[in-house]
Write a protein that binds this ligand. Structure first.
Ligand code: NAD
Length: 316
């Protein structure tokens, strides 16, 4: 059976897959759409990260496809309904990169609250901006507001609680008396209250019609003066222009963005170079360790799915 892998996967795990399947691994295939369409023509499984668009065009070019492994969790690049209709299994790596994202959130929050880590060039050049950097803030005792309290939100909360933060979360899928609140010590609050009371706001929601543009100019205006925003969820959820304006006007304390409406950012984009604005290329969930965990989990899930498909066709 044939497996096409169109984005980065752990090399040792790819080799394990080669023991059982005919595997074609090309991490750059995602950037060559015509080659990708040709490559999937006889594929039984396709393994992607977040950039390969598994849409109607790709599915039409892949008549034998039985499984799509997703090296991550967001499924906004996969037409899940169309896959279901064709009986194609969509297999995300639920949980396997959550720790990488949770650590990214905590690290960003600490960097932005303290505000002392952007002085290397000044200090090396002989400047001594000690007075200007003397009012950095500690993380312990601050309020963290999590928008979305699923797998990653919960793990982030557990790290934050250990640091002495008070954690609030907004998640309409969880009732106020759900046991998870008591178990985690996190307080359920309405979105407006979370936004106006948190020192650090972190977004952990999927990109869907209902969440597109959710963190708009109106919510940004309700953030506490000096509060910081971390977005590792998906671009398109935060109004980027309104956020940049709030940073430039000094209304909020900082932001860390790992995801953007357009990835990679187009030339001439509106992001200024500011010491309290951290930009990373959608790597919150990607570390050496998480790549290994995610790859291993997806290799196993795809193997199980293809084995089941082959057993079913043998019975027919
Ligand atoms: P999850 O499905 O476990 O949790 C998402 C939660 O969001 C659910 O509990 C859901 O009820 C809640 N939710 C949905 N709509 C909401 C709304 N309007 N307001 C508040 N809550 C809402 O997902 P997860 O594993 O925690 O991941 C969250 C998101 O993080 C993913 O969808 C993905 O887009 C993103 N992600 C990014 C990276 C990265 O590298 N930057 C890595 C992993 C995941």
């Amino acid at each position: 059976m044939k497996i096409i892998i169109s984005e980065l996967m752990d090399a040792a795990v790819v080799d394990q897959l080669r023991d059982r399947f005919d595997v074609s691994y090309d991490a750059g295939l995602v950037d060559r759409p015509d080659d990708l369409l040709k490559a999937v023509a006889n594929a039984d499984a396709l393994i992607v990260r977040n950039r390969t668009q598994v849409n109607a065009r790709l599915l039409a070019a892949a008549p034998q496809l039985k499984a799509v492994g997703r090296l991550g969790v967001g499924l906004d690049n996969i037409d899940v309904a169309a896959c279901e209709q064709r009986g194609i299994q969509v297999l995300p790596a639920t949980g396997a990169n959550a720790l990488a994202v949770a650590e990214y959130v905590i690290a960003s929050a600490m960097l932005l609250l303290r505000g002392a880590y952007f002085a290397s060039a000044d200090v090396a050049s002989g400047a001594w901006p000690r007075n200007q950097l003397s009012d950095g803030r500690e993380t312990s005792g601050k309020a963290l507001g999590l928008v979305g309290f699923g797998g990653i939100g919960q793990l982030t909360a557990s790290l934050a609680v250990k640091l002495g933060m008070t954690v609030y979360a907004y998640d309409p899928a969880l009732a106020d008396d759900a046991p998870i609140w008591r178990d985690t010590g996190v307080h359920p609050v309405p979105l407006n209250r979370l936004v106006s009371e948190a020192d650090v706001i972190s977004l952990h929601i999927p990109l869907m019609d209902s969440t597109k543009g959710l963190f708009d100019a109106n919510l940004i205006a309700q953030m506490r003066p000096g509060a910081v925003l971390v977005n590792t969820s998906r671009g398109g959820i935060v109004d980027e222009a309104a956020l940049v304006q709030a940073l430039q006007q000094g209304r909020i304390g900082g932001a860390a963005l790992d995801v953007f409406e357009n990835e990679p950012l187009p030339a001439g984009n509106a992001f200024p170079s500011l010491p309290n604005l951290l930009l990373t290329p959608h790597i919150a969930g990607l570390t050496a360790e998480s790549n290994q965990r995610v790859s291993q989990l997806i290799a196993q899930r795809v193997t199980d799915s293809l084995s089941a498909a082959s057993a079913a066709s043998a019975r027919e």
